[in-house]
Design a protein around this ligand. Structure first.
Ligand code: AMP
Length: 214
């Protein structure tokens, strides 16, 4: 099964993708993680995208489509969770073509619905584990007091440099302008399931599970 998690920054895509990886042995493909890796590794592409990401703008379609193509090419077994991709109609078309090329299909698109006020609170309180990607929140799910990630034991707690109010405003603007049209696109294709993303983490997890095809 191949699925997309769609929703604005802070909607909980990464958190819920982690659950699906654990429960269903799926593979998470997060273009945000791939771009941060390139940026932190100082590759040529990483240098080009660093400023764009910092501002909260979208990186060009060619770059992210190229990253996704590489990953799908390297692992043709499927079972992908696309997290933060696609973010434009051109990316959505490219993903459809890529999957068809590999003899795969998109099974479901889960839209996580949330409101903006909650997003700002969530994002400015967000941290994650640099080793395993587990996501924490200062208020609802703080980094453990012993200083070790509860999933993998690492002490590498990280905060994203673009998790500030100014950049978030721009990221939200980009979402409403360029990404939200994908809701209609996938609804028209009969693939969309909408889940209320502001419930308790495990409730959202259960709702996603029931929305997914068996
Ligand atoms: P994320 O971790 O998904 O919030 O992504 C962080 C940043 O990476 C975004 O604000 C964009 O600058 C960039 N980015 C991630 N995924 C994409 C994408 N599919 N298309 C364009 N830019 C992206």
């Amino acid at each position: 099964m191949n699925i997309i998690l769609l929703g604005p920054p802070g909607a909980g895509k990464g958190t819920q993708a982690n659950f699906l990886v654990e429960e269903r042995c799926m593979t998470q493909l997060s273009t945000g993680d791939m771009l941060r890796e390139a940026r932190d590794g100082g590759t040529e592409m990483g240098k080009v995208v660093a400023d764009v990401m910092e501002r909260g703008d979208l990186v060009t379609d060619d770059v992210v489509i190229g990253l996704i193509r590489e990953r799908i090419d390297a692992d043709k077994s499927g079972g992908f969770i696309f997290d933060g991709f696609p973010r434009t109609l051109a990316q959505a078309d490219a993903l459809g073509d890529l999957l068809a090329e590999m003899g795969m299909e998109l099974d479901c698109v889960i839209e996580l619905q949330v409101d903006d006020t909650a997003l700002i609170q969530r994002i400015t309180a967000r941290s994650s584990c640099g080793a395993c990607g587990a996501v924490y929140n200062d208020i609802t799910n703080p980094w453990p007091e012993d200083g070790r990630c509860s999933r993998c034991g690492s002490t590498d707690v990280r905060r994203r440099s673009d998790d500030n109010e100014e950049s978030l405003k721009q990221r939200l603007m980009e979402y409403y302008k360029k990404t939200s049209p994908l809701i209609g696109y996938y609804h028209a294709g009969g693939k969309l399931a909408s889940v209320y993303g502001l419930g308790e983490i495990n409730e959202v997890r259960t709702e996603i599970s029931s929305a997914l095809p068996e």
